[in-house]
Ligand binder design. Structure first.
Ligand SMILES: [Zn+2]
Length: 318
């Protein structure tokens, strides 16, 4: 029987608590939340590593027609960052736009946006830049932006930056560069094939480092871009338990999916990039309401919430 280890003792200073369950057992464990088991669930959660919550407030494609409070300019992004910090976020996943509000990987635009965020929140949020290609940028250009900006953290879709064997050498050099220069990578993995390739690159050393984090994505390629929380389990089967994994989920089931991640010792990324709908069906007024929802769920389950310093420790950011 395949097993999933859902607690990583190396990331928490609390007494070691190991919980090894079969996939079927986890499924029943997280779905049978009757009142008489909630206390037990809360005791387990309180021993989990602090929950890291990231906000992805804008993405590459949406506009203010999709939502009037989508933050696009540096001042708008900085205000969103402040509100999301206050709501419980420890990281912002950042996209910037050009003068026509189209997706951009221009280092100068990133530097301006980061400066605006830092002027409001100081070091109280990790700022992660996206390298998303959006069909415009080549892998070489994705690498260049990270080298030019030297951010604290960067997200990288493995299938974009290293689409096939031909790109392995240059991707490996870049992963090594990030490791040596203290840029915390988050590898975005969409399916089992991505996960298999990621595991292979970890084994061969192409992806170095002790603190590697992963972002699993639900719903990106599904019909109507809606996520099914049940699709998380098959992905987790192949994840090395030593890796910190985050979840983002497209569509109005975002909150439900986050609830699964909280209970399985994962970490959460929410925001208008993926969803604008609150669990009650209302449209969120702003990004920070989605962060508030996750924080509320974590508190209800007794899972501690990470601030930026906790998160830096968890992710090995110096
Ligand atoms: Zn993004």
């Amino acid at each position: 029987m395949r097993m999933i280890i859902i607690y990583n003792s190396s990331v928490d200073k609390s007494p070691p608590y190991s919980l090894i369950m079969s996939r079927a057992k986890i499924r029943s464990y997280v779905t049978k939340q009757k009142v008489n088991t909630l206390g037990a669930l809360q005791r387990i959660m309180s021993n989990f590593s602090p929950l890291m919550i990231a906000v992805a407030p804008n993405g590459a494609r949406k506009t203010q027609v999709d939502h009037p409070a989508l933050p696009l300019s540096p001042p708008e992004i900085a205000t969103t960052a402040t509100n999301c910090l206050n709501a419980g976020a420890c990281m912002i996943h950042l996209h910037v736009r050009d003068e026509n509000y189209n997706h951009s990987l221009d280092p100068e635009r990133y530097k301006k946006a980061i400066a605006a965020i830092r002027s409001k929140v100081g070091e109280n949020l990790i700022v992660q830049i996206t390298t998303e290609a959006v069909g415009i940028y080549k892998p070489e250009e994705q690498v260049e932006v990270v080298k030019a900006v030297r951010p604290e953290a960067a997200s990288i879709a493995l299938r974009e930056l290293c689409p096939n064997q031909k790109y392995e050498k240059q991707a490996g050099l870049f992963f090594e560069w990030m490791y040596k220069n203290g840029v915390s990578p988050q590898y975005i993995l969409y399916d089992k094939n991505d996960i298999r390739r990621f595991n292979h690159y970890r084994q061969t050393g192409l992806i170095p480092g002790d603190n590697v984090s992963i972002l699993l994505v639900l719903g990106r390629y599904s019909l109507d871009q809606q996520s099914d929380p049940n699709n998380l389990y098959p992905l987790l089967e192949d994840i090395d338990p030593n890796h910190k994994w985050w979840l983002c989920a497209f569509g109005k089931t975002e909150s439900k999916c986050m609830n699964e991640a909280i209970k399985l010792n994962g970490h959460c990324r929410v925001g208008f990039e993926n969803n604008t709908i609150l669990p009650n069906g209302d449209t969120a007024v702003s990004n920070h309401q989605l962060v508030q929802e996750v924080a509320k769920q974590a508190r209800a389950l007794n899972r501690p919430i990470a601030d930026a310093d906790n998160a830096r420790e968890l992710m090995g950011i110096k």
